[in-house]
Design a protein around this ligand. Structure first.
Ligand SMILES: [Zn+2]
Length: 242
């Protein structure tokens, strides 16, 4: 029976390794997903910057057009000045010119601000586009790495599963059934050792003396009365007593 427990312990070791590999297989795509979500956020930012930029650029064109119009008006008014008949009319035209000049000043200030806005947004856009390109490259690299790692991990799983099959075929069906049941219930450690003080290292409860003796005899499968795991007694652990 002791041999059976030793085999179970080997199977358990392989199962722990297999479960670690499975965790790795899950972790990598999660990391890629995170990067892809980040890229999506940046692309949304880029779209909104592009829209704002378009708005600023059309405002810039509009302001420039309005300034040109006012300048035309001044030119026309100055021509008119040469032909006006009355003092009153002369003054009215002068006033028109002065109003147009004020309008131009105001619009030029606005135009300057808009041009600065355009420049700022163009720079920001360039920056965001660079970040997006870098992130795209990172995702690409991660995907390649993942593919390689996945292949390696799958090879590992294959090898370990073969090892496991080889060991399992020497385990009695009832014993294996008990192990599989516990594995389903307790996840990673269906087999646990008993320490020299007669304590189950799965649940850290003391075994009744009779159970402790039974485990040490190693001639039957003994379960912990508290956590129901399969108990194992390893000779080297007797050294603990010293
Ligand atoms: Zn226990």
């Amino acid at each position: 029976m002791y041999k059976q427990i030793q085999l179970l312990e080997k199977v358990q070791m392989i199962d722990i390794e297999l479960s670690k590999i499975e965790d790795q297989m899950v972790a990598l795509p999660q990391e890629i997903n995170k990067c892809e979500r980040g890229l999506q956020d940046i692309q949304e930012e880029i779209d909104s910057i592009k829209n704002e930029l378009k708005e600023s650029q059309s405002l810039q064109i509009q302001l420039q057009g309005e300034i040109d119009m006012e300048n035309e008006r001044i030119k026309r008014d100055k021509e008119r000045l040469k032909q006006v008949g009355s003092e009153k009319e002369y003054k009215a035209v002068l006033k028109e010119i002065s109003t147009a000049e004020k309008t131009i000043k105001k619009k030029e200030k606005e135009l300057l601000e808009t041009m600065e806005e355009v420049e700022k947004r163009e720079e920001l856009l360039k920056e965001k586009e660079k970040t997006a390109a870098e992130l795209t490259q990172t995702i690409d690299n991660k995907k390649k790495l993942f593919k390689k790692e996945e292949e390696e991990l799958n090879r590992d799983i294959e090898i370990k599963s073969k090892d496991r099959d080889n060991i399992v075929k020497d385990i009695l069906p009832d014993v294996l059934k008990r192990y599989d049941f516990l594995k389903g219930q307790r996840q990673r450690l269906p087999v646990v050792s008993v320490n020299s003080k007669g304590i189950c290292t799965g649940c850290y409860m003391s075994l009744p003396p009779q159970k402790f003796i039974q485990v040490q005899k190693r001639d039957s499968i003994v379960l912990c009365p508290h956590c129901h795991r399969i108990l194992s007694w390893n000779a080297q652990e007797k050294n603990d007593e010293s």
